[in-house]
Design a protein around this ligand. Sequence first.
Ligand SMILES: O=C(O)CCC(=O)C(=O)O
Ligand SMILES: [Fe+2]
Length: 283
Amino acid sequence: MTITFERLSPALGALVHGLDLREPLTATSHAALHQGLLEHQVLFLRDQLLTPRQQRDVAARFGDLHIHPIYPKHPEQPEILVLDTELNDLRDNALWHTDVSFIQTPPLGSLLSARQLPPYGGDTLWASNSAAYAALSAPIRELLEGLSAWHDLSKSFPLERFGQTPDALERFNAARAANPPVRHPLVRVHPETGAKGLFVSEGFTTRIVELTESESDALLRLLFAHAARPEFQVRWQWRVGDLAFWDNRITQHYACDDYRPQRRVMHRATILGDRPRGPREAI
Ligand SMILES: O=C(O)CCC(=O)C(=O)O
Ligand SMILES: [Fe+2]
């Protein structure tokens, strides 16, 4: 069966047909999936109720996997992170963010699997950082290309929600100590396609290094609002067994917090990436 991609929105997103990830991924289907990811930035597959092991194995074909410093791990598969509203208060994912941008080598991408869902609500939205960058005026693009910013884990993992039991507090303090803020370019060159993307997100970006505090606050406010324009987005309404695979180097996402107190359970495998490079850095 051939793999085809059905585009879902102008900026990013495609539905993948003709692939069953419960079968081992052949070299040809791996290459097609990889190409599709580069082209569409986020891919969606229906009816892929993978075991944690299968999900881990598919993700591991694309790189080493990341183990999250705070979120719970699946008991049988530590590389699978469990987002379960009965285990954690997940409202902090309802903020535009690029996953784990608070480390030197943020993830290349993630595979997210829907395990249990509310009858409606709980959609996830993705936005294209390259579409956001391309829509800025030339003078602003020029300014941004020379700037860098701090990314800080504490912005999205507040102590009030991630340090409330002695165990959680210990994990939280260890995570903070192991992950001091890191500096990344404000414009990132995609390591595979060469596309330029705006590399800031409300979830983790705290301060533009080269500007004064008030300039940084004003410019970040503008960029967060710009990056979240609906023109740059695709919105996914989940069914149990759906799998989303996104390129975290050129996108950000937002998990809609509109279904509590109902339960929602997702499994994520996170693939490590490379150090973000700016347009003025030699490769
Ligand atoms: O729960 C979701 O839909 C997405 C949560 C999230 O931000 C993630 O898995 O990285
Ligand atoms: Fe996320």
